[in-house]
Design a protein around this ligand. Sequence first.
Ligand code: AMP
Ligand code: ZN
Ligand code: FE
Ligand code: FE
Length: 289
Amino acid sequence: MTVGYPIDLHTHSLRSDGALEPAALIERAARRGVTIQALADHDTLAGAAEAMAAGERLGVRVIPSTELNTESEWGDVHILGYFLDPADAALEDRLRWLREHRGRRIELMVEKLNALGYPIALARVMEIAQGGSLGRPHLAQALFEAGHVPTYDSAFDTLIAKDAPAYVSRVGLSPLEAVQLVVAHGGVPSLAHPFTVIGLDELMPLIVAAGLAGIEAYYGSHPPAMTAACLSLARRYGLVPTGGSDFHGRGDHGAPLGGVFVPPETIAAIEARRGGQAAATMTTAVGGD
Ligand code: AMP
Ligand code: ZN
Ligand code: FE
Ligand code: FE
């Protein structure tokens, strides 16, 4: 069954807030015709090895990746980091620290929900997460199961979206630090779903200077004007336009696997940015001698 496009550079598994085991996610993508896929679980590379093994079996090239969510005066700035090394111990230290922050934030949100009269048990939320990076989708699932909300998605609107009563802000990295972390570990950072950024035009030169290499121009819920604006920013700042489904397998969030067209030249373009812009420029300069 080939119903999707072959490239999907933004997907999530049970190692964070997706619903499928990494291998099952790759199997489902392969059935839909995906041949190159980034597994970009939030603050973890824990699913990379399993996904890559499944990909080898099924003819899917899996790019080990992560998505770093930051929250600041710039709104939600999510940085995708491509081509990271799951065996990089120093990177894992930083990711573990981010996951600990996630855990504390979810604990605080559970306390708030309980105080607001929507009792859920932290233990049940952890069971739903099955050891993956904790996030609001696990809370939404627990709220739905407990009958506090009529659907999974409505848990966000009424209780846990930003500006909803049980929301707790994230602490962790700034957008610049997220970009720098990816670059420092040899990865390729791309700005995810730029429509969630407040003050995009002001932020762009700052994160480009920090080493941003891509911008997610192709995204399911982007209207054509947003894609065009991202492509224009990509030209202005020399960024690779990237794209993906943001598939989680939970609720209505994201597109189906392979559900967003990403041009084939994207892969070579992001690979050329591995090791940072400076290294790429040096190679060009040496090659030109
Ligand atoms: P967290 O990392 O805990 O802040 O949760 C962010 C995740 O929650 C995103 O990756 C989405 O999967 C999901 N999410 C955020 N807002 C919504 C929403 N309004 N409706 C459904 N899912 C959402
Ligand atoms: Zn997510
Ligand atoms: Fe995101
Ligand atoms: Fe995502």
